[in-house]
Design a protein around this ligand. Structure first.
Ligand SMILES: Nc1nc2c(ncn2[C@@H]2O[C@H](COP(=O)(O)OP(=O)(O)O)[C@@H](O)[C@H]2O)c(=O)[nH]1
Ligand SMILES: [Mg+2]
Length: 189
């Protein structure tokens, strides 16, 4: 795939959500899971999505046009310093977001070194409940050896009751897994 990705818009509320003509890939995960870095890797651009070492910065849904598909970067969940009220608000935003049609796939990002968190499990339960298909992306795989990566992919798949081919190991830093993920997305479009 020859990708020319462009930022489209940010949405802060339901009224601003896009109902796209193109198939949409949504990216979600805990704050700091590596969402922005993954988007930049897929786009082949360093600064398309803002990355941050301080978690919890993104409070908006950011849309990017990848040509054949639209990509939505959802606000990170599981940020400890967030109030109950804000969590409830996030839940409502999520409900509204997934009511939009044309969501082709959700990429659920989790750090390959960690077992899925309570919030990841809640997210996946939500997706299963609404019959929205997803793929788990195990991020930051450059932190592990090839053998460790395989072990962790197996562990993550196991923890979620998924087959190993539903978990793709990637590194936004080195580009490992980029081709696998792009062909996975191509096959879904
Ligand atoms: N080593 C490594 N670090 C990563 C990778 N992806 C993200 N990071 C780091 O993790 C932190 C959070 O990344 P970011 O993309 O902003 O996460 P987001 O909050 O999910 O959007 C940043 O310090 C990144 O540099 C990766 O593939 N490898
Ligand atoms: Mg981000």
């Amino acid at each position: 795939m020859n990708i020319q990705a462009k930022f489209v818009t940010s949405a802060a509320s339901e009224a601003q959500f896009l109902t796209p003509e193109k198939p949409m890939i949504a990216v979600c995960g805990k704050s700091n899971a590596g969402k922005s870095t993954l988007i930049n890797m897929l786009a082949g651009q360093k600064k398309l999505a803002k990355t941050s070492a301080a978690p919890g910065r993104t409070r908006l849904v950011n849309y990017f046009d990848f040509g054949d598909f639209l990509l939505a970067d959802l606000p990170g969940y599981g940020y400890a310093a967030v109030s109950k009220e804000e969590k409830a608000k996030w839940g409502r935003l999520l409900d509204a977001f997934f009511e939009k049609k044309n969501i082709c796939r959700v990429l659920v990002l989790t750090d390959i070194r960690r077992d899925p968190s309570k919030e990841d499990l809640q997210m996946i339960a939500f997706l299963n409940y609404h019959i929205i298909s997803f793929t788990v992306i195990a991020t930051k795989c450059d932190k592990l050896s090839r053998m460790q990566q395989r072990e962790r992919v197996r562990a993550v798949a196991n923890a979620l009751g998924l087959g190993m081919d539903n978990v793709i190991a990637v590194s936004g830093l080195t580009g490992t897994g980029k081709d696998t993920l792009l062909s996975h997305i191509s096959a879904l479009l």
